[in-house]
Design a protein around this ligand. Structure first.
Ligand code: IVH
Length: 729
C-alpha cells in the first residue's frame, strides 16, 4: 500500500524506508551472489526469504522506491563466465511462495484462482496437480528429434549456463528418448484424486503421443540424502588422510549445484545426482505436429512414459480441501523421503485454465509453492561438548540456543570430528547455520564469521575421555578420537559387557542386548566384575525377570568363569584385537601378565600384529582402570590354564627393509606394508643404500629409477608373496 498523507496525497517515503530498502538490496545481492555464483551460501534460505519478503513488502508500500535492479526483479543470479551462456527459448520463471499457516496457504491460492476465473461459490472445485517442491536446482533439457542436445541452468531466468556435459552424466536423464512404454490409460478419476504412481486419468493414453521434434523438459537436479551423506563421509575421510583442497558440502542442494556447475565433467560424474521432471519449456506447437496436451497431469504422465523420472507422490487434487490434505500428508512423510523438499507446489491442472490465468510479472497465476518449516536456521553456540559413543568414539557437539528447524526444536548439533570442527572453526558464542533434514542428526553446517562478537578460543579436542578420564587417542589416517578405557568407561559399558558375554568371547548364555540394557540402566552393573557379584535379589527386581531365567543367568555366569586365554583376551574388546589376533597373542605370550606388560616392540613380534595393533594393545593396558577391571575379574574367579610362551621363531623378513611403490596387482600398498611388518620386515618411504628390496607395481615412478641407480633389488608382488611364505632363513 502507498503511504498517503492526511490530504490523501502520496507523501515522500520516510528516509528510514529508503535506507532500509537500499540496505536490504545490498545484502540480498551479496547473498544471491554467494549462493548462485559461488555456490557458497552465506545465510540459510529461510533468512534470505525473510529479507526478500521484507524488501517486497517495503517496495509494495513505496512504489516510488522501485528500481529495475532490485533483487525482487530477478529470478536468480548471473551465470559464471566459464560456461557458455544459453538464452532460454521460453524464460524459466519462478513461482510465488506461500509461507502462511498450513490451511491458509492452499486456501489463499484457491480463492485467488477462483476469483480470477470468475467462479461462483456454487461452481465445482478447480482441479489441481499437487507436486513436491524439490530442493535442488532447476534445469532445462533440450531434445531435438528425441536426442538430448543441450542442458542449461536457470541462471537469471532469461540466460543460463550450458552444463550439457555434466548433465549427461546423470543416469536418470535420457540421452535419447526411448520408444514410449505403455501406461494403462484411465478414463475416470479414482476417488480422492489420481496419483501418478497409479497411472492417473487421461482421455488419451500417453503412449499415443509421439515425441515432438523440439522438446524442452524442465525439472530439478538434486542429490538424495543417502548419496549426500556418503559423499560427505568420503570427503571427511579424504580430509582426515590429509588431502588438500577437499571440503565437505553444506547440504544436498549445494552439493548438487556444485556438481552441475563443476567445470570438469569427470568430477561431476563422480557426484551422485538424480532428477525429477515437472514441466516443459519450448515444444513444437501443435499446429506443426507437436503434442496437444489438455492438462498438466497428462503432460507429466507422458513425460513418464517417455522415460523421465516424475515423482510418484505427484497427484491431482480437487479444490482447496484436497490441497490442504496433500500439504499435511507430505508434511508427515517429509522426514522419511529419500530427498530434501522445501514445500509442495500446487498447479492448476487444465492447460486452458492456465492460459486464461496467465502471469503477474515473472510468476504464473496458476501455480504456487507452499513451504514447510525450513531445514536450515541460524542460532548461536552456547557451548561445545564432547560426547562419547557406545564404541568409544568422541564426537564434538555444539550446544545451541534452541531453534526450530526442520519441524522440531534443536538444541544439539554434531560437529562430526576434530577436523570438521577446526575447518568450520566453530567457537562458543558464534552464530551458526544448523541443518536438520530427515532422520539425520542435526549438524552445524557453517559459521557466520562476520557475526563473531567476541574472540572465543578455537576448539580443541580433549586428549582424555570426558566420561571416564582415560586417554583418548586418534590413530593415523583416522578422523576420530577414541576413548581407550573400554572396560571402565561409562559410555561404553553396554557395548563392553555385550562383547565380553559374546558366544565367541567369554560366553555368558542368555545375556543379550535387552538384559544388558536393563542391568546397566537400573545401575545394577557398572563394570564387568559387577556381573559376577549379581545375586538373585538384584535380578528379581528387574522387569520381566522370572526366577527361572534369573537362575539360568546365574548358572551361565558361573560357567563362564572357566574360560581360555584367547577368549578372555578377545572379550576385553581391545581395539583391533579380533579373535585371530587374540589367539596369536595367547600362543605367543602364554600368560596374561606377559601380554599386559609387553612393550610395543615385543608385541610386534607376534605374527598378525602390526604397529597400529601393537600400539592399541599397549595403550589399552596402560589405562590403570582397564588393568583394575582385569584384576577384579580374576579375583571374581575368572580363570584359564596359562601356557608357556611359544618358542621365538625367527620371522621370514626380520632385518630386511622394503620400499613399496606403484600399483600392485592384488594388494593395496597398505596391505603389503602390514604383511611385511607382520613378517618382521621394515617398510621405508624412500629408497636408499639401506633398502634391501623395492617392491614395484605398475606406474612405479622415481623410486624405481632410484632403486635401479643404486642397484637395489627390485621384485614384484608375486616374489614378495613367496618371501612371506618362506620359512625364516
Ligand atoms: S514449477 C512456472 N514445480 O522451485 C513454474 N518448480 O521458483 C516453474 N521447483 O527454481 C517452476 N520443485 O527449480 C516447479 N514441482 C516443481 C518444483 C519447482 C522445485 C523449483 C524450481 C524453481 C523454483 C520455483
Amino acid at each position: 500500500m502507498v503511504t498517503k498523507d492526511m490530504f490523501g496525497e502520496p507523501s515522500d517515503p520516510p528516509a528510514s524506508a529508503a535506507d532500509r530498502v537500499a540496505a536490504l538490496r545490498d545484502e540480498l545481492h551479496k547473498h544471491a551472489h554467494s549462493y548462485y555464483v559461488l555456490d557458497e551460501p552465506t545465510v540459510p534460505d529461510a533468512e534470505y526469504d525473510r529479507l526478500f519478503q521484507e524488501l517486497q513488502a517495503l517496495e509494495a508500500q513505496h512504489p516510488e522506491l522501485a528500481s529495475p535492479d532490485s533483487p525482487t526483479r530477478r529470478v536468480g543470479g548471473k551465470p559464471l563466465s566459464q560456461f557458455a551462456s544459453v538464452r532460454h527459448a521460453v524464460p524459466m520463471l519462478s513461482i510465488r511462495t506461500e509461507t502462511d499457516t498450513e490451511a491458509s496457504g492452499a486456501q489463499n491460492f484457491d480463492t485467488r484462482v477462483r476469483k480470477e476465473l470468475g467462479l461462483a461459490e456454487s461452481e465445482p472445485p478447480v482441479e489441481y496437480v499437487a507436486e513436491l517442491k524439490f530442493d535442488g536446482l532447476a534445469i532445462n533439457l533440450r531434445y531435438e528429434d528425441g536426442v538430448l542436445v543441450q542442458a542449461a541452468t536457470r541462471g537469471d531466468g532469461e540466460v543460463g549456463e550450458d552444463v550439457t556435459q555434466n548433465i549427461r552424466t546423470i543416469r536418470q536423464i535420457p540421452l535419447r528418448i526411448a520408444a514410449p512404454t505403455l501406461i494403462a490409460s484411465r478414463t475416470s478419476l479414482p476417488p480422492g484424486g489420481a496419483e501418478l504412481a497409479r497411472g492417473g486419468p487421461s482421455r488419451r493414453s500417453p503412449s499415443d503421443i509421439s515425441v515432438p521434434p523440439v522438446l524442452e523438459v524442465r525439472g530439478e537436479v538434486y542429490m538424495r540424502r543417502d548419496d549426500f551423506e556418503s559423499l560427505n563421509e568420503k570427503q571427511r575421510e579424504k580430509i582426515a588422510q590429509g588431502a588438500k583442497g577437499e571440503k565437505t558440502f553444506v547440504n544436498p542442494r549445494n552439493a548438487a549445484a556444485g556438481a552441475v556447475r563443476q567445470l570438469d565433467p569427470a568430477i561431476a560424474a563422480r557426484r551422485p545426482l538424480s532428477f525429477f521432471a515437472y514441466g516443459l519449456g519450448e515444444v513444437t506447437p501443435k499446429e506443426q505436429g507437436g503434442p496437444d496436451f489438455e492438462s498438466h497431469f497428462q503432460m507429466l504422465l507422458t513425460l513418464k512414459s517417455w522415460g523421465f523420472p516424475v515423482a510418484a507422490l505427484t497427484q491431482t487434487a480437487q479444490g482447496a480441501s484436497e490441497l490442504i490434505a496433500f500439504h499435511q500428508k507430505i508434511g508427515k512423510e517429509r522426514d522419511q523421503l529419500p530427498y530434501d523438499i522445501d514445500g509442495v507446489v500446487y498447479k492448476v491442472n487444465s492447460l486452458a485454465l492456465q492460459k486464461k490465468l496467465g502471469f503477474v510479472t515473472r510468476e504464473p497465476r496458476w501455480a504456487v509453492a507452499h513451504k514447510y518449516p525450513a531445514q536450515e536456521q541460524m542460532t548461536t553456540v552456547l557451548a561445545i561438548d564432547v560426547q562419547v559413543g557406545r564404541t568409544g568414539k568422541l564426537t564434538p557437539v555444539a550446544k545451541l540456543a534452541p531453534v526450530f528447524v526442520g519441524g522440531v526444536t534443536v538444541t544439539n548439533a554434531t560437529l562430526h570430528n576434530e577436523d570438521e570442527a577446526r575447518r568450520k572453526d566453530v567457537r562458543i558464542g558464534d552464530t551458526v547455520v544448523v541443518r536438520r533434514a530427515g532422520d539425520v542428526i542435526p549438524e552445524v553446517v557453517s559459521v557466520l564469521a562476520e557475526k563473531r562478537v567476541r574472540d572465543a578460543p578455537q576448539f580443541t579436542m580433549p586428549h582424555t575421555c570426558p566420561v571416564c578420564g582415560s586417554d583418548a587417542v586418534r590413530e593415523e589416517g583416522e578422523a576420530d578420537y577414541r576413548c581407550t578405557g573400554g572396560l571402565f568407561c561409562g559410555a561404553q559399558r553396554k557395548e563392553a559387557i555385550l562383547h565380553y558375554a559374546h558366544r565367541r568371547a567369554v560366553e555368558i548364555e542368555g545375556l543379550g542386548d535387552k538384559l544388558v540394557e536393563q542391568l546397566v540402566d537400573a545401575n545394577v552393573i557398572r563394570t564387568l566384575p559387577d556381573l559376577y557379584r549379581l545375586g538373585l535379589t538384584a535380578l528379581a527386581g528387574l522387569d520381566r525377570m522370572a526366577d527361572k531365567s534369573a537362575n539360568n543367568l546365574l548358572e551361565a555366569l558361573e560357567r563362564s568363569k572357566s574360560t581360555t586365554l584367547p577368549r578372555f583376551l578377545f572379550g576385553l574388546g581391545i581395539r583391533h584385537v579380533g579373535e585371530a589376533t587374540a589367539k596369536e597373542l595367547a600362543r605367543h605370550f602364554g600368560k596374561l601378565d606377559a601380554v599386559m606388560d609387553a612393550t610395543e616392540e615385543q608385541l610386534l613380534e607376534v605374527s598378525d600384529v602390526g604397529p597400529i595393533v601393537a600400539k592399541s594393545i599397549r595403550t589399552f593396558f596402560d589405562q590403570p582402570h582397564n588393568r583394575e577391571v582385569v584384576e577384579q575379574l580374576r579375583a571374581c574367579g575368572v580363570h584359564w590354564t596359562e601356557g608357556e610362551p611359544a618358542a621365538r621363531a625367527p620371522r621370514p623378513l626380520s632385518g630386511k627393509t622394503f620400499v613399496i611403490t606403484g600399483t600392485l596387482p592384488t594388494l593395496s600398498r597398505d596391505q603389503a606394508k602390514d604383511m611385511v611388518e607382520a613378517a618382521g620386515g621394515k617398510v621405508a618411504g624412500s629408497v636408499s643404500k639401506k633398502t634391501d628390496y623395492v617392491v614395484a607395481g605398475t606406474e612405479a615412478g622415481s623410486k624405481l629409477t632410484k632403486a635401479q641407480e643404486l642397484g637395489v633389488a627390485v621384485i614384484d608382488e608375486a616374489a614378495l608373496l613367496v618371501m612371506l611364505a618362506a620359512p625364516a632363513a
